[in-house]
Design a protein. Structure first.
Ligand SMILES: Nc1ncnc2c1ncn2[C@@H]1O[C@H](COP(=O)(O)OP(=O)(O)O)[C@@H](O)[C@H]1O
Ligand SMILES: [Mg+2]
Length: 313
């Protein structure tokens, strides 16, 4: 498999206070989670993260987590004096989880400087898949959003894939702005890997079939609409709508269900699996992820990428 998988966005330091007063840390963020799952599924595929971090101790911890997962961080710009986004997961006495974020000033928001764009432009011919999410777009200003979509267009016109996950986060931007930029991004994407929940918030779609039609009408060749325990719908100009059910499991923590699904789906499609084969594996991986706590589950718990002996893509 030639070429690289690039994932653009914000990787944060996850802090988990422990009963004894210590704090455990990990790296997480939707685009980063997908990058980790992709690298684990296809170790031979170079996976590069595209972002910015500071030069402080917390940024170094994040880079160390990336290195431990074999994620190439050479496209993560270093912003002198900058700091990364952080979030803490607190669990109250009743077991209810609460997230607190410190991300408004994160260095990731300043990615895609002129120097960074020059570096990316020089390496862009290696990019086989570029992943962008609603969170990636949310944290950028309009000039950076435009620059990112221009990179995406270059990847697509060179025959690469541009995968977009809508991941709408109301705390980061308003729905009208998000809807406008998500549709712009969809128009340059080859793969829309959208959550029905987010599509409903942005466009008020009544049912999955209507939502699928709306996304298809933007001209995205390959569309996957994810809806939790209901599984997903496949569509786009390359095929007829098909429903793939979720694997029935007892979910413990649905964090990163959609992110791991994206990795499973794209890894299978890169290996020439059919849409259905790809979605079935993506559902199996996501079902495993929701049976574990946290965004990134232990590597040994993941189902391996199936060998495709008789695919008919
Ligand atoms: N409770 C669940 N049981 C089994 N599979 C699930 C469950 N929740 C999510 N999944 C799987 O993860 C995929 C993505 O989940 P979804 O909740 O739609 O995405 P997101 O996490 O982005 O909101 C679903 O299509 C399904 O395959
Ligand atoms: Mg999601």
């Amino acid at each position: 498999m030639n070429g690289e998988f690039w994932s653009a966005g914000e990787c944060m330091l996850e802090l988990r206070p422990q009963p004894d007063g210590t704090i455990l840390h990990a790296a997480a963020g939707d685009s980063y989670n997908t990058a980790v799952y992709m690298k684990r599924l296809v170790p031979a595929l170079p996976v590069r993260y595209l972002s910015a971090l500071g030069d402080d101790a917390m940024s170094i911890l994040i880079r160390n987590h990336m290195h431990a997962e074999h994620i190439d961080d050479s496209l993560v710009e270093t912003r002198p004096g900058g700091t990364p986004g952080l979030y803490a997961i607190e669990t109250d006495a009743g077991g209810e989880r609460r997230f607190a974020y410190w991300r408004a000033q994160s260095a990731a928001r300043s990615m895609l400087s002129a120097a960074h764009l020059a570096q990316l432009g020089a390496a862009l011919a290696q990019c086989r898949v570029l992943l962008v999410t609603g969170i990636t777009l949310a944290i950028l200003d309009d000039d950076r959003r435009t620059a990112l979509l221009a990179l995406a267009e270059t990847v697509r016109s060179a025959g690469g894939w541009v995968a977009l996950d809508n991941n709408y986060r109301a705390a980061l931007w308003d729905a009208a702005t998000a809807a406008k930029w998500m549709d712009r991004a969809a128009r340059v994407s080859t793969h829309a890997l959208f959550s029905l929940d987010d599509e409903v918030v942005l466009h008020g779609a009544a049912d999955p079939a209507r939502a699928l039609q709306r996304i298809e009408s933007l001209g995205v060749p390959e569309v996957v609409l994810k809806f939790g325990a209901g599984g997903c719908l496949l569509g786009g100009s390359c095929g007829r709508a098909a429903h793939v059910p979720a694997v029935q499991v007892q979910a413990l923590d649905t964090t990163a269900a959609g992110d791991s699904f994206n990795a499973g789906y794209l890894a299978q499609r890169l290996a020439d699996a059919t849409y259905i084969q790809a979605a079935e594996f993506a559902c199996a991986l996501a079902a495993t992820v929701v049976m574990h706590h946290g965004a990134i589950i232990p590597a040994h718990a993941m189902p391996p990428l199936p060998a495709l002996l008789d695919s008919e893509s």
